[in-house]
Ligand binder design. Structure first.
Ligand SMILES: [Zn+2]
Ligand SMILES: [Zn+2]
Length: 244
């Protein structure tokens, strides 16, 4: 499985960092945050190949490029159906968002199937659990070709995620803050790097990818995560490719 990071920043994009988005094997896109569409274009992503979009939650920094993406797919002549899944409210919010951006009636002429999900479901190739954030949020575990990835989205450290991610090849975990901001992390529904490492250690993940980065001290994030996790740690970078 090829994992392509399309957005690694926290809520605010910065030079070279778009907001949350990651593409699994060119087929499954998880989140579609601010600036990630431009990264897809830069990376030469084949839009027709994307089958499914999984949204962790409906905060701006995880979904703001989705309507522009749907428009781009239309303009590039998409014919295949596209499935979009997310937490409760995804279907109505997406329709509202399309209307807000004056998407003409019938403009999206490929089949768009949008479905609200809850935690604890398994569908073809992926399963969910509730994350622990400030609004309803899902974590996803996706398996392709015998490899597995768990993407937490925004979350405090969470037992349900440890269960969902047990034995994954790659855990992509919220790592918004260093330890000195642990109270802020809790208040805003995020994790520190140490906490991300702790989850990775407890679920037995083979590789930990730290993402949703606010701190510019990336070395410190890795150092803190390595205090709680003995496996391989990678810091997320836009356009980073990981082959599992
Ligand atoms: Zn976020
Ligand atoms: Zn959020």
């Amino acid at each position: 499985m090829i994992v392509l990071v399309l957005g690694s920043a926290g809520t605010v994009p910065s030079p070279g960092r778009a907001c949350s988005s990651i593409l699994l094997d060119g087929r499954i896109l998880i989140d579609c945050g601010t600036g990630s569409l431009m990264n897809m274009v830069s990376a030469g992503v084949e839009f027709e190949k994307i089958e499914t979009i999984l949204l962790t939650h409906l905060h701006c920094d995880h979904v703001s490029d989705i309507v522009p993406l749907l428009w781009t797919m239309r303009m590039k002549g998409r014919r295949r159906p596209l499935r979009v899944y997310g937490p409760p409210g995804t279907k109505s919010s997406l329709m509202d968002f399309m209307a807000l951006l004056n998407t003409p009636e019938g403009f999206i002429d490929y089949e768009l199937l949008v479905e609200d999900l809850v935690g604890g479901v398994s569908l073809g190739g992926f399963s969910t659990c509730w994350a622990d954030h400030t609004i309803p949020a899902l974590a996803y575990r996706v398996s392709i070709g015998g490899k597995s990835v768990c993407v937490t989205g925004d979350t405090r450290p969470c037992e349900r995620i440890i269960e969902l991610a047990r034995g994954v090849d790659l855990l992509v975990h919220d790592s918004s803050f260093t330890r000195e901001h642990i109270d802020l992390a809790w208040k805003t529904g995020h994790s520190t790097a140490y906490q991300a490492g702790d989850v990775a250690e407890n679920c037995g993940a083979r590789i930990l990818l730290l993402t949703h980065l606010y701190s510019s001290d990336l070395g410190k994030l890795v150092e803190e995560a390595s205090r709680s996790y003995g496996g391989r740690i990678i810091i997320s970078e836009d356009l980073l490719k990981i082959e599992l």
